[in-house]
Design a binder for this molecule. Sequence first.
Ligand code: FAD
Length: 443
Amino acid sequence: MELLGQIDLEALGRLSGRVDLPALIDAASRMSDGQLKHLSRTLSGGDRKAPALPEPNADFFGQLGELTDEQKDVQMAVRSFMQGTVAPIMNEYWSRDEFPKQIIPELRRLGLPRRVWNEDGTRKPDATVMEGLITLEACKVDVSTAVFFGVHTGLTFASIALGGSAQQKAEWLPRMLDLEVIGAFGLTEPEGGSQVSQGMRTTCRRDGDGWVLNGEKKWIGNSTFSDFTVIWARDVETQEVRGFIVRAGTPGYEVQKIQGKIALRIVENGQISLKDCRVPESDRLQEVRGWRTTAEILRLTRAGVAWQAVGCAAGAYELALGYAQTREQFGKPIGNFQLIQNHLVHMLGNVTTNLALCLRLSHMADAGTMRDEHAALAKVITAARCRETVALARETFGGNGILLENGVAKHFTDTEAIYSYEGTNEINTLVVGRAITGFSAFV
Ligand SMILES: Cc1cc2nc3c(=O)[nH]c(=O)nc-3n(C[C@H](O)[C@H](O)[C@H](O)COP(=O)(O)OP(=O)(O)OC[C@H]3O[C@@H](n4cnc5c(N)ncnc54)[C@H](O)[C@@H]3O)c2cc1C
């Protein structure tokens, strides 16, 4: 009876013309408390407009509100490109294990690389923050697109910017900035991942006015269609690491697409074989000073991978929240359930701290105060938090979470690649451990 007293009688009166009220009251008197509560909710909510729900927004603390106008413009341009051009086709290309090359002209029109780099290979004052924003916005929708961009504009561009002569920079950098030529970065080998600095098997041998390269490279993003790949090789005479611009179609240079990946399927990764591949001296990167230059390039781009983890987790969180607001079970959206709210709050905490960490890291990088161990810690922590976040997001979708069409499955699997490349969790941990203890635990 106490519950019956809570029923909105005015609403009942309005309903009386449409339902048999005495029969309804008779039925209600025989209902359990639970059934009455449900009836009460239905009747009182029937005429009332449901309050608008909060829009999913991963930037809970408004950290991106402090961007400059130019940074905001870039962020919005990338968002619109990702939602308008990439999102409609990404599942199809994911299924086909293929990169949609038709998006390159539109990406070219956005002019993004010129927001990060100057034509002479120097960086804009806010280059790392800008790269971070581009990566964040891209990864919220599709990590593979960010990886295509990062391999070209990050690793490969930096190889020529840091290791090329003035002539080499003039030949390649302006065209790379306009995406007229696409590059790839060939460092990892089938037998040399984490240990590639010490155990590089690809060799180069001076021969007259050129060099002869032999060996294999694995996992090389964009290399199946790139115009050139920067190949890192050890000099058989001096044992020094050298970098070469190897143009597509050079005899002795062959690329096979790696098939069957469960992550980043839209990125085309190649396995490269170099058999007596002849490269002119003019295509050896003239300013490379052994492994030191390679390490400098990797240091520059590691922050970008940490940003991938921010974007991927942010995208997964927003998808999960949207789903929790609309998917109904037991008569109400699952976002009503305490355990689901716990998932969402945990995800939001991860995304918020990841974003704060990466913004700080990028400001340090742009100010010239970032060290290896800073980038390494950011990569370790953001990737781990991303892994936890995408798993919770996938879980929030229940069975629907494993369907490509719902988006979150792609974030879930892509995270596994983020976790392992550009320094695995273990290797980056050892970098930080060495810095804070003063003891190197590398074996
Ligand atoms: C999708 C994708 C894209 C990539 N794109 C590129 C690219 O464009 N260009 C490129 O050059 N490379 C690329 N890579 C390669 C990537 O950088 C390597 O996968 C990464 O460096 C790890 O090497 P590995 O896979 O051979 O693992 P391994 O080095 O064999 O490591 C296997 C495991 O052993 C652990 N381990 C190794 N050594 C130690 C140690 N001393 N102490 C403790 N644990 C250790 C690792 O942490 C890891 O868990 C890509 C990889 C992937 C998956």
